[in-house]
Ligand binder design. Sequence first.
Ligand code: NAP
Length: 259
Amino acid sequence: MDLGIAGRHAIVCAASKGLGRACAVSLARAGVSLTIAARTKADVEAVAGEIGTAHGVAVTAVTADVTTPEGRTAILAAAPRADILVNNAGGPPRGDFRSFSPDQWMAAVNDNMVAAIEMIRALVDGMIEQRFGRIVNITSGAVRSPVADLSLSTAARLGLTGYTAGVARQVARHNVTINNLLPGRFETDRFRSGVAGRAKSAGISYEEQFERQRSVVPAQRFGDPAEFGDACAYLCSRQASFIVGQNLLLDGGEFPGTF
Ligand code: NAP
């Protein structure tokens, strides 16, 4: 399927690994040039080189922390008029809800809500002016179905979800869409470190914990980041202009509801 976005430009935040990287790869495959950002210079530059070579598009690497104003300024300086924005950042720490301090709450809200809102605010009027824009926020399945040790993540991301629900309806008339992608369990570095942490707490091996988590997914496997990236590219396509303010859950059937 031709996604109709060849020649467009995308900013993909937090894109040197995992889900962000997969979104960048799928967009590049659709002919989209990229500005990708992450905090580790060597990683983001290496990935920019790999994607550019593999897909024949221009890829600019920006070493930046998207959760800081300086980081966002650096990313936006590289692509002030992007057609597509994929918001992503590292997730907040896991832990018992009793253990989180006000500072940790403020950090989670900053990193997983305000950072994305600020990127949207900086780019949305340019998208409106050109009558094309696609914004995808990577949130989490924990927004739909809270996970015991992820209260920081659920609460902060629900703030972004609420913001998106309202703003998406204000910009849709200009062919600018904002949607959220909710990952279930995808095999990435962050996911593997979560398995390791839970194995340690439970006093079992990594393999045993991995198997416990795999067995609860109706698809009986974890997600491949590449399939997440392809869903993102579709939401950014020309054809997806009528998909507005939605929350698309990719979890192999783990959420047990009818809707
Ligand atoms: P990952 O494999 O650890 O990759 C994270 C990427 O983001 C890396 O490229 C990292 O590079 C970059 N990054 C992290 N913090 C950043 C920051 N402040 N500024 C710029 N770049 C930053 O993680 P992932 O599994 O892809 O997860 C991506 C997001 O999805 C996270 O918010 C995570 O909580 C959420 N999520 C993931 C899953 C899953 O199953 N994987 C499930 C639910 C939700 P640097 O460290 O070099 O910056």
